[in-house]
Design a protein around this ligand. Structure first.
Ligand code: AP5
Ligand code: ZN
Ligand code: ZN
Length: 214
């Protein structure tokens, strides 16, 4: 299956995608994770992306389309994929359609992580991440066994630089202005499934499974 996960910051895309990946053996591409890795490694791409990311604004369409085009060449991504955080503008969605057309495929399903903005600040400011694996914790909703430490490796957890209440405001603004039109773009094709993303993680997983098995 070729799946897209769309939702505002903190809606649970990164929490659900490893579960979907394990069950359906898909390739998982998260543009935010790829960009953060580029910023940490100070690659030319990372240097270009950093300023926008720190402010909670979107990185240019050309940059992210380039990353996705390159990543999709991986053999593991030929039969199916989960895109988390891409496409985020209508231009990106059109470019993706062109890319897939060339390769003889199309998007099967768009999972829309629908949630009220008011819930997101608590989710974002309580998030802790294990950088090398991408494992995500939450001080209240998914606490690690030892505060600040990854359950599996024992390595320290970090917080994302853009996970502040102030930067969240810009990220939400970008979502409503630039990304919500992408949901309409796919709704016109009749492939959007709406999830109740404010539910506990297990219930969201159950909704995802229901959509994917139908
Ligand atoms: P990106 O990394 O994609 O961030 P985002 O979209 O803001 O989404 P998040 O990762 O914050 O949220 P999530 O939905 O994954 O939430 P999570 O599951 O972790 O993008 C970052 C930046 O990169 C952008 O601002 C932009 O600058 C740039 N960028 C990336 N892609 C781009 C593109 N295509 N074009 C242009 N620029 C791009 O959950 C959050 C917390 O809540 C966790 O602590 C988790 O444990 C907890 N939680 C999750 N689910 C639940 C639940 N059901 N109940 C209770 N708690 C829960
Ligand atoms: Zn994420
Ligand atoms: Zn809106």
């Amino acid at each position: 299956k070729r799946l897209i996960l769309i939702g505002p910051p903190g809606s649970g895309k990164g929490t659900q995608s490893p579960i979907i990946k394990d069950e359906y053996c898909l390739c998982h591409l998260a543009t935010g994770d790829m960009l953060r890795a580029a910023v940490a490694a100070k690659t030319p791409l990372g240097v270009k992306a950093k300023e926008a990311m720190d402010k909670g604004e979107l990185v240019s369409d050309d940059l992210v389309v380039g990353i996705i085009d390159e990543a999709m060449k991986k053999p593991s991504c030929q039969k199916g994929f989960i895109l988390d955080g891409f496409p985020r503008t209508v231009v990106q969605a059109q470019k993706l359609d062109e890319m897939l057309e060339k390769r003889g495929g199309k998007v099967d399903k768009v999972l829309n992580f629908a949630i009220d903005d008011a819930i997101l600040e608590e989710r974002i400011t309580g998030r802790w991440i294990h950088p090398s694996s991408g494992r995500t914790y939450h001080t209240k909703y998914a606490p690690p066994k030892t505060p600040g430490v990854d359950d599996i490796t024992g390595e320290p957890l970090i917080q994302r630089k853009d996970d502040t209440a102030a930067v969240l405001k810009s990220r939400l603004e970008a979502f409503h202005k630039q990304t919500e039109p992408v949901i309409d773009y796919y709704a016109k094709k009749g492939i959007v499934a709406n999830l109740r993303a404010e539910k506990p993680p297990k219930e969201v997983t159950a909704e995802v499974e229901k959509v994917l098995s139908s």
